[in-house]
Ligand binder design. Structure first.
Ligand code: B12
Length: 524
């Protein structure tokens, strides 16, 4: 049996979901074709004005590419719904090959997904997809395959969710075989065969301690997250499907062997990114062993994510000795009320300041830590925003802030709350097409944004945060002014970064960024 797996992906083509699926069913004798339609969400607009659209010639290419497949699988997140819908509609007009929708969005919204696709895979897909392909190959009845919903000529068949795979070491490493892999190339505006050489040029570039941009490889040692943040889809999976054993980790040996494989295969890889939700949630003994093995057998600088409650000095020291140079931590809000009552995050200001103090102690051995902050939360008052601003101003410098605009991802706790309170009228335009990576314009959002420039004078921020000024300026009538100010400041920031990169002769980086933005624009 052959499955064509299609996924929108980030520019570095990191698509762990379908790469792992592909490797797994191939290791059991089936064939796969991977089609990575690189393209981010940078062009989404508030109000849902921007709708991503693949051009006709890309659709035609795709239809002929999947013509040798027995099944077609489309993997996507909520903000890629329009793309999945367009692809599926066009495919259905041109082929009778069954189409599966899988990934986080169909898992959250199977009722909606089964309206457009023939099959929906809910949750983890390795075991389920293999069982389905085996049964189809043997012409057996497959409508009882767990984790799948089927639309059998209008009759919807819903199967239960099987227990999670406990031993994720049993999964093969992600599929980087390039034997039938394709990618959307925005420069050529065409889907092209993804060769190993081409892929080597697509590793995302990230700074090493000396600021030099290094090609990086992404890996995950775990599946699942210990936290229950109400804005994250992961907490829905935990509540709805996987009450037990949600968090699993690979053996140190498995992680190190994957890294050995890829660093030997792609010698240009000079930096590793652990994309685990919280690598620091692993116990000290695991972290000690991982650090020792990593230092001895990989030894490249690496990045990872922590949380303010899991970042412990002992763990940090092990990882620093192994090559850790950058950590990201979620603050999300400086208001304990918002964190506790709205986000269900048991993270206090003290937790944040303690973990920041620990990181600061080792600042000479690391890049500036990055703190994640969410804005555009309708339950956040200007007093809550002031608490976020004051917390950021208390952080030891240097640091940088990554802002995100709150998205009511379907079925999440905040989604249900917003629905109850009538804050969402139109899921498609207010959620599926809502930007995530930049925030709306307002006086307080702009102040929090400015506080992200860790060398912006605190004394000026303190004046700008004076309650009388906030009372005067944090008004809707000034929002468009601060939107313009935000866009201008962002333009200057990105322009400055591009000029510095040019100054360092990093043309490759400029080109890949241009590719990224072109790909995110879709039909031109
Ligand atoms: C790692 C990660 C990333 C990585 C990799 C993304 C990727 N392609 O998987 C990076 C950093 C690139 C990333 C980026 C983004 N992310 Co992210 N990410 C995660 C994270 C932490 C883990 C996801 C994970 O475990 N992947 C591992 C693979 C193995 O699991 P999987 O992809 O779900 O695939 C399995 C199943 O879903 C299923 N499956 C998947 N596809 C298919 C297809 C078929 C046919 C079948 C049968 C089965 C199947 O089988 C797979 C194997 O078991 C989750 C949080 C969480 N803990 O879930 C957030 C999460 C997925 N990210 C999220 C978001 C919003 C984003 C961004 C859109 C943010 C933005 N706007 O920039 C970007 C999008 C970038 C892009 N273009 O892909 C949201 C998605 C919410 C939603 N409802 O859509 C999550 C859930 C976090 C949250 N805040 O809720 N992310």
């Amino acid at each position: 049996m052959k499955i064509a797996l299609i996924s929108p992906s980030p520019p570095d083509l990191y698509a762990p979901g379908i790469r792992t699926l592909s490797a797994y069913v191939k290791s059991h004798g089936h064939k796969t074709k991977l089609i990575l339609l690189a393209g981010g969400t940078e062009h989404l607009k508030f109000g849902g004005e921007f709708v991503y659209h693949y051009s006709d010639h890309i659709i035609e290419q795709l239809i002929s590419l999947v013509s040798d497949a027995d099944i077609i699988g489309i993997s996507f997140m909520t903000q890629y719904f329009d793309r999945a819908l367009q692809l599926t509609g066009k495919l259905k007009e041109n082929t009778t090959t069954p189409i599966i929708w899988g990934g986080i969005h169909p898992t959250l919204c199977p009722e909606e997904a089964i309206e457009y696709s023939d099959m929906v895979c809910l949750g983890e897909g390795e075991l389920a997809l293999l069982e389905l392909m085996n049964k189809m190959e043997r012409n057996e009845n497959y409508f009882d395959t767990e984790n799948f919903w089927f639309n059998n000529n209008g009759e919807i068949i819903k199967n239960k969710i099987r227990p999670l795979l406990k031993d994720i070491d049993s999964l093969p490493f992600q599929d980087y075989d390039f034997d039938d892999h394709y990618v959307y190339d925005p420069i050529k505006d065409s889907i092209v065969l993804l060769t190993e050489n081409m892929f080597k040029g697509l590793f995302s570039l990230h700074p090493d301690l000396d600021g030099a941009m290094k090609p990086s490889y992404n890996i995950m040692a775990t599946r699942g997250c210990p936290m229950n943040c109400t804005f994250c889809a992961s907490s829905v999976l935990k509540k709805k499907f996987y009450s037990a054993g949600f968090i699993r980790h690979r053996s140190v040996e498995s992680v190190i062997r994957e890294l050995e494989n890829v660093t030997v295969r792609f010698p240009s890889i000079k930096l590793i990114q652990f994309f685990d939700d919280i690598l620091f949630s692993l116990n000290t003994e695991y972290i000690r062993e991982l650090s020792e093995q990593y230092k001895e057998r990989i030894g490249l600088p690496f990045y990872c994510q922590a949380s303010a409650t899991t970042l412990k000095e002992e763990k940090l020291k092990y990882l620093l000795n192994a090559g850790l140079i950058w950590v990201e931590i979620g603050i999300q809000s400086g208001s304990d009320f918002i964190n506790r009552e709205i986000y269900d995050r048991k993270v206090s200001r003290e937790n944040v300041l303690n973990s920041a103090a620990i990181l600061h102690k080792y600042k000479d051995r690391m890049l500036s830590p990055c703190y994640h902050v969410i804005l555009d939360n309708p339950w956040e008052t200007k007093e809550d925003l002031l608490k976020t601003l004051h917390l950021i101003m208390e952080l030891p410098r240097p640091y940088w802030i990554k802002l995100a605009s709150l998205v009511f991802f379907p079925k999440t706790g905040i989604y249900e709350r917003a629905k109850r309170e009538g804050l969402i009228k139109d899921d498609l335009n207010e959620i599926y097409r809502k930007p995530f990576v930049y925030v709306s314009g307002s006086y307080m959002n702009y102040l929090v944004y400015l506080s992200g420039y860790c060398y912006f004078p605190v004394w000026i921020l303190k004046i700008l945060a004076l309650p009388f000024l906030v009372r005067i300026l944090h008004k809707e009538k000034y929002d468009s002014l601060f939107t313009k100010l935000y866009n201008v400041t962002e333009f200057i920031r990105k322009g400055g970064r591009a000029l510095r990169a040019l100054g360092r002769g990093e043309v490759g980086r400029i080109v890949s960024r241009a590719r990224f933005l072109m790909a995110a624009k879709g039909n031109r």
